[in-house]
Design a protein around this ligand. Structure first.
Ligand SMILES: Cc1cc2nc3c(=O)[nH]c(=O)nc-3n(C[C@H](O)[C@H](O)[C@H](O)COP(=O)(O)OP(=O)(O)OC[C@H]3O[C@@H](n4cnc5c(N)ncnc54)[C@H](O)[C@@H]3O)c2cc1C
Length: 513
């Protein structure tokens, strides 16, 4: 297949790149290893959706299983399954990238324009009509404490509250890449190849290049019942890797491109955990799988130590299977009790801007392997976020609160005594509980830690000594090879990254068009 640009991956970065290059008149081919399921055919069942739309059926972890990895692997990538939070890149992050990483363009008007363009195309809006119950609970708690409580901008209508966008939005209200940039690209003539059961499964092997990229080769097996492999070659003027921060480094490493060992380094994950709360004696239905997913957040402790790296509080989309997988094992009885309690549980997500980093390498099969565990500073931030989340839940009326730590029941759960006016009668007991949570700590394999934000593994920078691509997104060591996805981030953003991915992809594509 001959074309001007071959784009590997169809997520946040790939979609924007495909549309802008197509609009500029380029003959574009997009290759996506996941499949496309139209909105009307989405299964919307938790197990099937995780299996079909997520990387490794949602069972991917770091090498030592310390962190669970959630990443979209379907047409539209993460945008198809994500939770709609549409934050612009924070000003302090833009300054940091411009000054400390030699990327003045990120602080420039050009980047402002890119942000405006993607937010407009995605219909990013605030002014939600109705928060879901868990979001209302978080809001009530934050307001009772008198700390920051903000509304999350979303890429859907103000009315949208289907609760199923994590499995593809059934109404198409969420403006993911399939309904926006990929649709734009296809309308103009871009060719999009997807994997799936009935179509050939493209496991892209090597980019075809030495010092200049000229194409990419794919091996496919499933087209033939006898499993015989055949090879497809895409010849292109530009090869653009938008395979996400797990697979872009894998593709480069399979192609023997390491850029002074920088490919795969600097993996950031925004390590996340959660705290839970609810009432026990008089159960009140919360249903964390219903209504708007993300709409309330707090940055009350996001910069508590002045480092610019800290946790955000939000409410996750938690369907029963995901909850069951996250509940720590204290005993059989305790586990069953918590499972039965699921409809009445409020959850606060603690999402930490990580300063430490990990690494993506490849195994013998050529697929990505991850090494990562938050360092002491990031673990302290996670703990600070857990404490803030527990306080918000208690202030919002939760009589029982708990963490996802796997320690003793006393250390990880607390039932508050309340007076007739609803106020906690023994605040010192709650402080004692927080002390026990701190003492329990953040232990690898001892509690639920997960990541839905993988970033930084082919970072943009000012020199081949410290980065993989230059400010235009072109690889320092291979001409015509570009990166356009979350791998580009020099550090983590501290907010949900989709809009930053799209704005950076916009700039890379503008430079190429
Ligand atoms: C459950 C969940 C919730 C999230 N919620 C939010 C949110 O609310 N707000 C927000 O800002 N961010 C959110 N994110 C994160 C956001 O979606 C991602 O940061 C973003 O999509 C990353 O963009 P990307 O272009 O780097 O990669 P992706 O969007 O992940 O796209 C990469 C694509 O490349 C494909 N691919 C990989 N390797 C190959 C190959 N060899 N050949 C062909 N195709 C390949 C993958 O299948 C995938 O579809 C969420 C993510 C998840 C998983």
């Amino acid at each position: 297949v001959e074309c001007d640009a071959v784009i590997v991956g169809s997520g946040a970065g790939g979609g924007v790149t495909a549309a802008l290059l197509s609009e500029a008149g380029a003959k574009v081919v997009v290759l996506e290893k996941g499949r496309f399921t139209p909105a009307a055919e989405l299964p919307l069942r938790e197990r099937q959706s995780f299996e079909e739309m997520y990387e490794m059926g949602s069972l991917m972890t770091t090498q030592d299983a310390g962190v669970n990895i959630l990443a979209g692997s379907t047409l539209g990538g993460g945008t198809r399954v994500n939770w709609q939070a549409s934050f612009e890149t924070p000003a302090h992050v833009r300054r940091e990238w411009a000054t400390e990483h030699g990327l003045p363009a990120i602080a420039s008007e050009q980047y402002d324009r890119a942000l405006r363009a993607v937010c407009t195309r995605l219909g990013v809006t605030t002014g939600i009509k109705q928060h879901s119950c868990p979001n209302e609970k978080l809001k009530a708690g934050l307001e009772a404490l008198g700390v920051h409580c903000g509304e999350i901008p979303r890429n859907c209508s103000r009315e949208h509250s289907c609760g199923h966008c994590c499995f593809g939005c059934p109404s198409g209200d969420k403006q993911d890449a399939t309904g926006t940039y990929l649709a734009d690209a296809a309308r103009i003539g871009a060719k999009i190849f997807t994997g799936g059961h009935s179509l050939p499964f493209f496991q892209l092997r090597n980019a075809w290049m030495k010092r200049r990229a000229t194409g990419i080769a794919a091996l496919t097996t499933s087209a033939f019942p006898n499993g015989r492999q055949w090879r497809i070659v895409f010849k292109a003027r530009y090869v653009i890797s938008s395979a996400g921060a797990l697979h872009t480094p894998a593709l480069l490493l399979r192609s023997k491109i390491s850029v002074n060992g920088n490919v795969g380094r600097n993996l950031r994950l925004h390590p996340a955990t959660a705290v839970i709360g609810g009432t026990l004696d008089v159960p009140e239905e919360i249903l964390t799988w219903k209504g708007s997913i993300f709409s309330v957040f707090s940055n009350a402790v996001a910069d508590w130590d002045g480092s610019g790296y800290g946790p955000l509080l939000q409410t996750p989309s938690a369907h029963p299977g995901l909850m069951a997988a996250s509940i720590p094992w204290l005993s059989g009885v305790d586990y069953k009790r918590l499972c039965a309690w699921m409809p009445y549980v409020s959850i606060v997500l603690v999402l930490t801007r990580d300063r430490g980093s990990g690494r993506v390498t490849i195994g013998k099969d050529g697929l990505p392997r991850l090494r990562y565990w938050p360092d002491a500073h990031d673990r302290a931030n996670m703990m600070k976020g857990m404490e803030a989340g527990l306080r918000a839940l208690a202030a919002g009326g939760s009589l029982m609160v708990g963490t996802l730590q796997g320690g003793s029941r006393e250390a990880t759960r607390f039932e508050a005594a309340r007076g007739t006016n609803g106020a906690m009668t023994d605040p010192a007991a709650f402080d004692g509980f927080l002390d026990r949570v701190r003492a329990e700590g953040i232990h690898k394999n001892g509690m639920t830690v997960f990541s839905a934000h993988q970033m930084g593994t082919a970072r943009m920078g000012a020199s081949a000594k410290t980065s993989v691509v230059d400010e235009r997104g072109e690889c320092w060591h291979v001409a015509n090879l570009y990166v356009s996805d979350a791998s580009l981030f020099p550090t983590s953003t501290g907010v949900n990254p989709m809009i930053t991915v799209e704005a950076m992809a916009y700039m890379v594509a503008e430079g190429l068009a």
